[in-house]
Design a protein around this ligand. Structure first.
Ligand SMILES: *[C@@H]1O[C@H](CO)[C@@H](O)[C@H](O)[C@H]1NC(C)=O
Ligand SMILES: *[C@@H]1O[C@H](CO)[C@@H](O)[C@H](O)[C@H]1NC(C)=O
Ligand SMILES: *[C@@H]1O[C@H](CO)[C@@H](O)[C@H](O)[C@H]1NC(C)=O
Ligand SMILES: *[C@@H]1O[C@H](CO)[C@@H](O)[C@H](O)[C@H]1NC(C)=O
Ligand SMILES: *[C@@H]1O[C@H](CO)[C@@H](O)[C@H](O)[C@H]1NC(C)=O
Ligand SMILES: *[C@@H]1O[C@H](CO)[C@@H](O)[C@H](O)[C@H]1NC(C)=O
Ligand SMILES: *[C@@H]1O[C@H](CO)[C@@H](O)[C@H](O)[C@H]1NC(C)=O
Length: 314
């Protein structure tokens, strides 16, 4: 392996370590997206055979996700745009909502993640004062469809309002903030208005948070046991993998480093040998010069062989 090769590997390994938190965030994001897929399916199952448009249907509960609430609302796109939805649970949807691509009927799936909020939407150094609520739009033409892609919805006039109920009060001196997670997983903060209201021009997941201080203040944790002892196998498995990965990575790093050091040593020796060789050759040339124009082909044989020493080097 050449020096460049080793160096490239080293950089690669170091980069992997750098990316570890990123990878973790990404896996969180994909978990949340997998939950969206599941909740879409279960919300759609809550419709009866001929669901009325404009009626809110409660989705089937998932036995392994007790606490999460889902509902579905089927609407004509035109009606949504012209009339909005004055009250869809906590969401107040104004007129002027545009959905792309155009579908005749769409379904707005509502999610209340309750005590699962921080499990799926982990926000470092923040505490949830309200549950994470989701609002996602889907094509409503086939109610047994699964794995649906969300439609793109935008409020073209006034924003959609989210009026949270039962917001915990922020600890003294702390400022509550709205947080919005878009479907790509990035989050953004904005100001809370009227103590409990957030606004948005797009779909996604929403909540109210406060920055948590490390000092044990009167910060009340969100409802339920949030240190998430849930889904035990999965979580600890991931931890194990991270540890195993780190150890393996460390070993690889160590091996690469030793290789590099070995190689450098050899390289130095080689340089030294070459220097000696050159010196020997110079000596030979001198010697030959003193002999005159007579050729001395045996000269190279009398020269000490540097390769021997190199072979016995540690
Ligand atoms: C809950 O159950 C559903 C359906 O059985 C399954 O697809 C999903 O992965 C489960 N979720 C968790 C977090 O265990
Ligand atoms: C949320 O609460 C329900 C009971 O209401 C419980 O079964 C579930 O395990 C809790 N989820 C988490 C993540 O703690
Ligand atoms: C969270 O807070 C700790 C300690 O104050 C800090 O070291 C860390 O960088 C913070 N994390 C984020 C994502 O801001
Ligand atoms: C609706 O979706 C289901 C599940 O993907 C599929 O089996 C069915 O053929 C679809 N129906 C129509 C009318 O497209
Ligand atoms: C909605 O807004 C987003 C971001 O502002 C933009 O990228 C997207 O094209 C808009 N979609 C529509 C249908 O206007
Ligand atoms: C967050 O929101 C602010 C104000 O709405 C905006 O200027 C900024 O670009 C947003 N950042 C991201 C990452 O979306
Ligand atoms: C949010 O509130 C802070 C302080 O209360 C203020 O300085 C800031 O301009 C507000 N941001 C917006 C987008 O209204």
């Amino acid at each position: 392996m050449g020096l460049l090769g080793s160096l490239a590997m080293l950089v690669l390994v170091l980069l992997c370590f750098e990316q570890l938190p990123n990878v973790r965030a990404q896996s969180k994001r994909s978990e949340a997206r997998a939950l969206d897929v599941l909740l879409q399916e279960y919300a759609f199952r809550g419709f009866n055979a001929v669901p009325k448009t404009g009626t809110i249907y409660k989705g089937n509960a998932l036995s392994n996700l007790t606490g999460i609430e889902i509902t579905a609302l089927r609407l004509r796109s035109g009606s949504l745009r012209r009339r909005g939805v004055p009250m869809y649970n906590e969401f107040q949807i104004p007129i002027g909502i545009k959905a792309t691509p155009y579908v005749e009927r769409l379904v707005l799936v509502y999610q209340n993640l309750a005590n699962w909020s921080s499990r799926y939407y982990d926000l470092p150094n923040h505490t949830y004062l309200a549950p994470v609520l989701g609002l996602l739009a889907y094509d409503g033409s086939n109610l047994s469809a699964t794995n649906l892609q969300e439609l793109d919805i935008n409020a073209t006039g006034n924003p959609i309002l989210v009026k949270f109920q039962d917001v915990k009060s922020a600890p003294d001196g702390a400022v509550a903030k709205c947080v919005w997670f878009d479907l790509q997983g990035s989050s953004n903060f904005s100001n809370v208005t009227g103590r409990n209201t957030c606004s948005t021009f797009q779909q996604g997941h929403f909540s109210i948070v406060v920055e948590s201080t490390t000092a044990p203040g009167p910060v009340s944790p969100p409802s339920g046991p949030t240190p998430t002892p849930s889904a035990p196998g999965e979580k600890s498995n991931k931890k194990v993998w991270i540890i195993v990965g780190s150890v393996l990575g460390g070993l690889v790093l160590l091996a690469l480093l030793s290789l590099l050091i070995l190689w450098l040593r050899k390289y130095k020796q080689k340089k030294k040998m070459q220097g000696m060789e050159r010196a020997a050759e110079a000596g030979e040339a001198l010697h030959m010069a003193s002999v005159g124009s007579t050729k001395a082909p045996a000269a190279s044989v009398t020269r000490t062989q540097p390769t021997l020493e190199q072979e016995y080097a540690p």
